[in-house]
Design a protein around this ligand. Structure first.
Ligand code: 6PG
Length: 471
């Protein structure tokens, strides 16, 4: 019996995805460049062994799959993907489907679609979220490609995906780069979410002098309310954990230097290209970069003196405010992420389905949460390009939440505690809802030094100022 699908690249993500596919009753052919790894994978498959067809070459792999052959490639993003495609081309035939399931830059995905155009082969750029666990037991899957190629793999993908109240968290989102773009923005939002949580933790630790063991139940409590989400849940677990070596809370022995692999940065770059503000995501990326400059920060702390200011206010009230502030910050960050997707949707003609995106993020992925169900429902009733902040349900929610964000950002500033993502979120909100801003002055200056012209509030057309000799 032929395999239903193939997979190349048996690293952790690839192996887990393959086991997930096998477990859902789909025979899968697998290949890895290092045969020992294929062997190890087969041995690890246990009871699923019968559903796995190990292959010693890509020719063998191609021959093992029912045509048109879908082949998932799960290799490092970048050149390895191009090399794998080049290796596959000669062994594949018309209508076969190469599926890149890595964290590709959607611009590479767009290029690969173009390169395969006219070859008879088709391509799918597939975003997969949920880490190792998700890949093994149910990720969120964001597909970009033709509806025909999706139809060939839909059964497998919906079977292996996470389920939210029975609904699969896998969907076709649009042509070519749409899936990888949406995955990138998922990660951008993930960065903002994580950074805002870290900022709140910083306030609790440094502003309110709480220990990790005292902070853990705060997050665990929040996880029962409107902030219920995977990231809040794991935050509570992380803060509970002790280091076996020293007996200290693990967070206290972890170096405060955050890594990143690029998707957050890509989100920000694309947002800038599209002319869509994504300041909370940008702040989160910059915060990781700043965190990596450990030596410089230590030197600066010496130069300016360590901050000894404390956070003002009654602790219970502050805790209540922190919860709502985090929620408000989250709304602004998601509004930005969705706005970037709306911008890209228009730019690339994808017609991205915002309610579907929110729905397939409700389970399986890293940013899964109750909140995404609220977004899915709200977007279901709105035009797909509406900013989340203008969707009626959110006007009400944000109307109640922003005063807390304001108080927290103000007090953090007074206490010398950096809250870059929360304060960017607040500034975005305040700028967004300010009917008359202050760029009248910017326009005047541009006209003054460069005769760029400005619009008047009382007359159409381009105008110039009475600047006199300086202009
Ligand atoms: C997911 C994650 C996953 C991963 C990224 C981001 O959705 O499962 O986003 O893709 O964690 O690699 O990681 P960095 O923080 O290393 O950029």
């Amino acid at each position: 019996e032929k395999a239903e699908i193939g997979l190349i690249g048996l690293g952790t993500m690839g192996s887990n995805l393959a086991l997930n596919i096998a477990e859902k009753g789909h025979r899968i052919a697998v290949f890895n460049r290092t045969p020992a790894r294929t062997q190890a994978f087969v041995e690890s498959a246990g009871a699923l062994r019968d559903m796995v067809v190990p292959c010693g070459s890509i020719e063998e792999l191609a021959a093992a799959i029912r045509p048109p052959r879908p082949i998932i490639i799960m290799v490092l993003a970048g050149d390895p993907v191009d090399q794998q495609i080049a290796a596959l081309r000669p062994v594949l035939a018309a209508n076969d489907i190469i599926i890149d399931a890595g964290n590709a830059n959607f611009r590479d995905t767009m290029r690969r679609f173009e390169e395969l155009d006219g070859s008879g082969l088709t391509f799918i750029g597939m975003g997969v979220s949920g880490g190792e666990e998700g890949a093994r037991h149910g990720p969120s899957i964001m597909v970009g490609g033709t509806p025909e190629s999706y139809a060939r793999v839909e059964d497998v993908l919906t079977a292996i995906s996470a389920k939210y109240k029975g609904e699969p968290c896998a969907a076709w989102l649009g042509p070519n780069g749409a899936g990888h773009f949406v995955k990138t923005i998922h990660n951008g939002i993930e960065y903002a979410d994580m950074q805002m949580i870290a900022e709140i933790y910083g306030i609790l630790r440094d502003g309110l002098s709480m220990t990790p063991k005292q902070i853990a139940p705060v997050f665990a409590g929040w996880n029962k309310g409107r902030l219920e989400s995977y990231l809040i849940e794991i935050t509570a677990s992380v803060l509970e954990a002790d280091d076996p070596k020293t007996g200290k809370p693990v967070v206290d022995i972890i170096l405060d230097r955050a890594g990143q692999k690029g998707t957050g940065k890509w989100s920000v770059i694309e947002a800038q290209q599209l002319g869509i503000p994504a300041t909370a995501i940008e702040a989160a990326v910059a915060a990781r970069v700043l965190s990596s400059m450990k030596d410089e920060r230590l030197a600066a702390e010496k130069a300016y003196g360590a901050n000894t200011l404390k956070f003002a206010g009654n602790k219970d009230e502050v805790l209540g405010d922190l919860e709502l502030a985090l929620f408000a910050g989250k709304i602004a960050a998601y509004a930005q992420g969705f706005a970037v997707m709306a911008g890209a949707s228009k730019e690339f003609g994808w017609n991205l389905p915002m309610p579907t995106i929110a729905k397939i993020w409700r389970a399986g992925c890293i940013i899964r949460s109750q909140f995404l169900d609220t977004i899915a429902e709200a977007f279901g009733k709105a035009d797909r390009s509406t900013n989340l902040l203008m969707v009626p349900a959110f006007v009400e929610i944000m109307g109640k939440a922003h005063p807390s964000l304001r108080r927290i950002v103000a007090r953090a500033a007074e206490a010398g505690l950096p809250v870059p993502a929360l304060s960017s979120a607040l500034a975005y909100f305040d700028g967004y809802r300010q009917g008359r801003g202050s760029t009248d002055l910017t326009q005047a200056q541009r006209d003054f030094f460069g005769a760029h012209g400005f619009e008047r509030i009382d007359e159409p057309g381009a105008h110039h100022g009475p600047w006199g000799s300086g202009s």
